[in-house]
Design a protein around this ligand. Structure first.
Ligand code: XMP
Length: 310
């Protein structure tokens, strides 16, 4: 169990030592990890911090507005960057999960390279946590925010990295977030991966596919919000299937619903959901999304699966 007060005092001391009189930016996607890391650094260095939200077009419905609004309400200097076109461009022609992950990672760090140059900054804060490092180092998947731990020097991108949460797992991050007094919508937020919906579109990522998975995700999150689960989302398949809409054959999309229970994301169990809820999700997804003709439920635990499909 984390002693949050001690952790925060030590982290503030170390952040001040690392940053000195310099300015620093924080990569803030809006997830509980990056929000907590950002707020911690803000507590340590105040206005020397600029929180940067990259709008890569891959976020959930309403997410960019939520993140900017929340950061500003916490009194943090905030900058939003519209990088939608840049990000969609890197996915063109890429269908392999690791290839997509590495392309995202590279674009992510390059985008911050640009910002650090513009702002004359030497350090970027990230919300990397222990589970991210473990999965990447083990070679299971290349998490978007892990570099140094796999031997890539972040100075290749022109800056150093500060990771105040690197020794914590998710439950520890939440304890720290609560102790820092962050609003409940942040401290209790469902985990959401940095590469966002790009991990939930199988095969090539396009704006049209992101739009479908975004709407399906919203339905799944709405319908599962009171189930006490770790994570829930929708995944759009690359393959198609035959279905019927308005009495006509449609060769349409397939969506899988994934709902898991977990402590720290290192292992997870597929949630046993009542049939009524499952059926309602399937009905809403196939009715509210014109191209979707089939809806599946993922019964697999981690291991042998991972939580995300990619
Ligand atoms: P997996 O799919 O590895 O996911 O079982 C474990 C947890 O990590 C999240 N995840 C990521 N988070 N960058 C992140 O910030 C990533 O690249 C990434 N990949 C997976 C996932 O949503 C789950 O909570």
């Amino acid at each position: 169990m984390v002693n949050a007060k001690e952790f925060i005092d030590k982290a503030i001391f170390e952040i001040r030592k690392a940053v000195g009189e310099n300015k620093v930016i924080s990569a803030c996607s809006g997830g509980v990890d990056s929000m907590t890391a950002t707020f911690l650094v803000h507590k340590a260095v105040g206005d020397k911090l600029i929180a940067v939200f990259i709008d890569d077009g891959l976020r959930r419905e309403g997410e960019p507005e939520f993140v900017i609004r929340t950061l500003k309400s916490l009194g943090i200097n905030t900058r939003s960057i519209d990088a939608k076109e840049d990000f969609f461009e890197i996915f063109q022609g890429k269908t392999d999960a690791e290839e997509k992950r590495k392309a995202f990672r590279d674009k992510f760090y390059k985008t911050f390279g640009k910002v650090t140059k513009e702002e004359g900054i030497r350090f970027v804060v990230q919300g990397t946590i222990k589970a991210d490092v473990i999965e990447t180092v083990k070679g299971i998947k290349s998490q978007h925010n892990v570099l140094e731990q796999i031997g890539i020097d972040p100075q290749t991108y022109g800056y150093g990295i500060i990771e105040p949460l690197r020794d914590l797992f998710k439950p520890g991050v939440r304890i720290v977030a609560r102790e820092l007094g962050l609003p409940k919508e942040v401290s209790e937020r469902m985990p959401f991966p940095g590469p966002a919906l790009s991990l939930r579109v199988l095969g090539e990522v396009t704006p049209e596919k992101i739009d479908i998975v975004k709407k399906a995700t919203q339905i799944v999150e709405e319908e599962t919000q009171n189930l006490g689960i770790f994570q829930s989302f929708a995944v759009l398949h690359n393959d198609k299937a035959t279905g019927i809409k308005n009495g006509k054959r449609v060769y349409g999309n397939i969506i899988t619903i994934r709902v898991v229970v977990s402590e720290d994301a290192v292992t997870a169990t597929a949630k046993e959901i009542d049939y009524e809820t499952l059926f309602r999700m399937s009905k809403r997804i196939t009715e509210e999304l014109p191209t979707v003709v089939r809806c599946l439920y993922d019964l697999t635990d981690k291991p042998p699966s991972t939580i995300e499909f990619e």
